[in-house]
Design a protein around this ligand. Structure first.
Ligand SMILES: Cc1cc2nc3c(=O)[nH]c(=O)nc-3n(C[C@H](O)[C@H](O)[C@H](O)COP(=O)(O)OP(=O)(O)OC[C@H]3O[C@@H](n4cnc5c(N)ncnc54)[C@H](O)[C@@H]3O)c2cc1C
Length: 244
């Protein structure tokens, strides 16, 4: 599906917002993602997966961090150019957590899908929630809501986002989380300890996005699962965190 780019600009250090026209062909669940063809040429050959950070009547927004060749090439895309998207893919977050205190917890670029989730919770479900986001430093912050933690102490809580929220967690808490593996692993152990519920979106490296290549499998209590097809959202108790 070739769609027109309506915006592509840097919104924080090495972090870009890519807005693409909404073709009004489908609905998108928070946590779903697109496999994006970076170039019309063969290089890079493989599409890259990106979560939906916002979905409005006018556009689909992807927020991406520049980490390698593909994301570097994306920064050169101009308004009016077309980009090839495959999706929406994956299961997405099931936003309902009845009678629980909902927390969104994101780390780095993992905050992106939680932005869309927050707007669905607020506008569609009228459900209260709190949001907590961790970044390395102030210049990497690209969210404009929630409580912030920074590793270098340059904004908000001085330290990581799990330390910031740990004391607030209990059996009545339900977390929706996305972030680097090291953060998710720590959060999972804390959730076991505190007895809270949690759905995690995993951002394993993946090549095809449609369940064919098996490049993104993770070990679960019920055998290996494909992040692209069975996920990317899982109940945290399903994942074998020791293997991550
Ligand atoms: C379901 C899903 C959703 C995602 N959503 C987003 C998003 O919304 N925004 C965003 O910026 N990124 C997201 N990612 C990660 C994104 O796909 C990668 O950053 C991107 O593919 C890197 O492409 P590249 O060509 O620039 O880097 P490459 O040249 O492929 O790699 C550069 C470096 O980044 C590392 N890397 C690449 N992919 C990952 C990964 N998935 N996890 C950890 N390290 C990785 C490589 O090991 C290497 O060191 C998501 C990944 C998945 C699986």
């Amino acid at each position: 599906m070739e769609l027109k780019i309506v915006e592509n600009r840097e919104i924080a250090k090495n972090t870009f917002s890519l807005k693409i026209e909404n073709p009004a062909l489908f609905d998108i669940k928070p946590g779903q993602f697109f496999m994006v063809r970076i170039n019309g040429f063969n290089y890079p050959l493989l599409r890259r997966p990106f979560s939906v950070a916002n979905f409005t009547g006018n556009y689909i927004e992807i927020i991406y961090r520049v980490v390698g060749e593909g994301t570097k090439i994306l920064t050169d895309k101009k308004v009016g150019e077309f980009i090839d998207l495959l999706g929406p893919l994956g299961n997405g977050f099931d936003e309902i957590a009845e009678n629980k205190k909902i927390m969104l917890v994101g780390g780095g670029i993992g905050a992106a899908p939680l932005i869309y989730l927050s707007s669905v919770l607020k506008n569609r479900h009228k459900t209260p929630y709190e949001a907590f986001f961790g970044f390395n430093s102030k210049d990497e912050i690209y969210v404009d809501f929630g409580s912030i933690a920074t590793m270098d102490g340059s904004s908000g809580f001085d330290g990581n986002v799990v330390d910031m929220i740990e004391d607030r967690l209990n059996e009545d808490t339900f977390i929706f989380a996305c972030g680097p593996t090291i953060m998710m692993k720590r959060l999972a152990y804390v959730c076991y300890d505190k007895g809270c519920g949690m759905k995690v979106s995993l951002e394993s490296r993946m090549a095809c996005g449609i369940g064919v290549c098996l490049g993104c499998v993770v070990e679960s209590q019920n055998g290996f699962k494909k992040v692209c097809e069975d996920g990317p959202v899982f109940d945290f108790r399903e994942i074998v965190w020791q293997a991550m």
